[in-house]
Design a protein around this ligand. Structure first.
Ligand SMILES: CC(=O)SCCNC(=O)CCNC(=O)[C@H](O)C(C)(C)COP(=O)(O)OP(=O)(O)OC[C@H]1O[C@@H](n2cnc3c(N)ncnc32)[C@H](O)[C@@H]1OP(=O)(O)O
Length: 409
């Protein structure tokens, strides 16, 4: 099938979005969610496949800037709202939409495309590699103590209305963006996403609650969560379902976790999305009682390889020739010399002999510094052609802090 791809107009948005909802099972989102995503939808980047008077495919992108190693904010297409109607699956509709979309991203000059996948097996064929991971924890707060590093004592905590506190929380978030690769600089409107509070997302708990951490009158952190009361024959065993938390310093972060783990009538705190190196792992007295699990989160594709590799810095000096395969975006295929260090980098085409052989997907995985080229080589996905080149490149691509995507899109 050669799909008829069409742009989405203002008048189309509702039917287009409804067809997306149907592909995800047909449950209509709350009015609050629909209204927010209507506002956030960039119509000029939204399109779909059309067949006999109906949408049979949808896709769109947000114009993000993403934090990369070294702290630069790099333009990235945030690929979103991808679906194909169940009646039209496995006929090449997604492939046609990905072709159209990546060509458009290239025309716009964005070096990167990123997404979160409903199923990780879908996007590798289009050159996306898993670049960040999310850690889930279920902290047994009845058995785990939280340390109090210097600065914890001076923190004052207070409940605040999530809407009224949104601006103060957003300011804390924005101050953290450049410190961790993978975080998007939220453009106007995105600060409202953490306030979405449909009952279906509360895991049986309360409406969203917000606690601010303040020091000397200044907001230095926040936690937003639901409280799910529960009782057993032996007593209360409520669950705190953490939606998000952020703090500008260790004392404020510890104060927030001490609060979360100490809420009366609860015995556990659940979070579904923390960085894999979150300081919580070192604040708890017993990490085994945190039931840690890890899953893939952000998938990244270098769209313009040279521009992408030049946009970040490298933790150690590197000078390697990469032989890159890119079947879906062949303009990246070929040999590139990457030279860089902690101050900057160049990446240009070369005819010199290659040191490493890999595909664009491995470079997508390694790009934010959270997946090492050495571990990919261990799976046979990177081939070393010059002795020592793998260790050199792998060390250079690494990041001191684990990259992390703080929220879906
Ligand atoms: C960023 C996001 O928005 S993620 C959300 C993705 N959307 C969903 O999960 C909603 C439910 N699923 C769907 O809408 C569809 O099944 C899609 C979008 C995942 C796939 O659309 P299709 O039009 O069927 O894909 P298409 O026919 O182009 O398939 C291309 C290739 O991907 C493979 N593929 C497609 N879906 C999957 C999958 N879920 N798992 C593994 N492989 C898949 C196909 O087998 C095909 O492989 P081939 O080239 O080797 O033959």
């Amino acid at each position: 099938m050669t799909p008829d791809l069409r742009p989405v107009t203002d008048a189309d948005w509702d039917s287009w979005y409804s067809s997306l909802e149907r592909a995800f099972g047909g449950v209509r989102e709350s009015d609050q969610e629909r209204a927010l995503y209507r506002d956030l939808t960039e119509l000029d980047r939204s399109f779909g496949a059309w067949d006999e008077g109906a949408w049979v495919g949808t896709a769109g992108a947000f114009s993000f800037r993403l934090s990369v190693p070294g702290g630069a904010m790099v333009p990235a297409a945030g690929v979103t709202m991808v679906s194909v109607a169940a009646t039209h699956r496995r006929q090449g509709v997604l492939t046609a939409m990905m072709r159209h979309q990546l060509d458009s991203v290239r025309e716009l000059g964005e070096p990167l495309a990123v997404l979160t996948a409903s199923e990780p097996a879908i996007y590798g064929r289009f050159g996306y590699g898993t670049a960040t991971y999310a850690m889930s924890v279920d902290v047994d707060s009845s058995r785990v103590a939280i340390a109090a590093p210097p600065g914890t004592e001076g923190v004052r905590l207070r409940f605040a209305d999530p809407e009224q506190a949104a601006e103060a929380c957003e300011a804390v978030y924005l101050r953290r963006v450049g410190s961790r690769p993978g975080m998007p600089a939220r453009s106007p409107g995105w600060g409202r996403q953490p306030l979405l509070d449909p009952p279906a997302d509360r895991e049986g708990g309360s409406p969203l609650q917000c606690v601010l951490a303040e020091r000397g009158g200044e907001t230095v952190g926040y936690a937003r969560f639901h409280n799910r009361p529960d009782w057993s024959d032996t007593g209360p065993r409520g669950v705190v379902v953490l939606r998000d938390a952020a703090a500008g310093d260790p004392g404020a972060y510890a104060a927030l976790w001490r609060f979360l783990c100490g809420i009366d009538l609860t015995s556990s705190v659940r979070s579904r999305n923390l960085p894999v190196d979150d300081p919580l792992l070192h604040l708890v007295s017993d990490v085994r009682r945190c039931s840690v699990r890890v899953r893939d989160s952000l998938h990244l594709r270098p769209v313009e390889l040279g521009a992408a590799l030049r946009a970040r810095t490298y933790r150690a000096p590197v000078d390697v020739v990469l032989e890159v395969a890119d079947a879906f975006c062949p303009w990246n295929t070929g040999r590139w010399r990457l030279s860089g260090d902690a101050k900057g980098a160049s990446c240009e085409r070369t005819r010199d002999a290659a040191d490493l052989e890999l595909s664009v997907r491995e470079l997508g995985s390694a790009y934010l510094g959270g997946v090492s080229l050495s571990s990919l080589a261990g799976a046979g996905r990177v081939r070393e052609l010059r002795e020592g080149a793998l260790a050199e490149a792998s060390a250079a691509f690494g990041s001191d802090v684990a990259p992390w995507l703080p929220h879906g899109f």
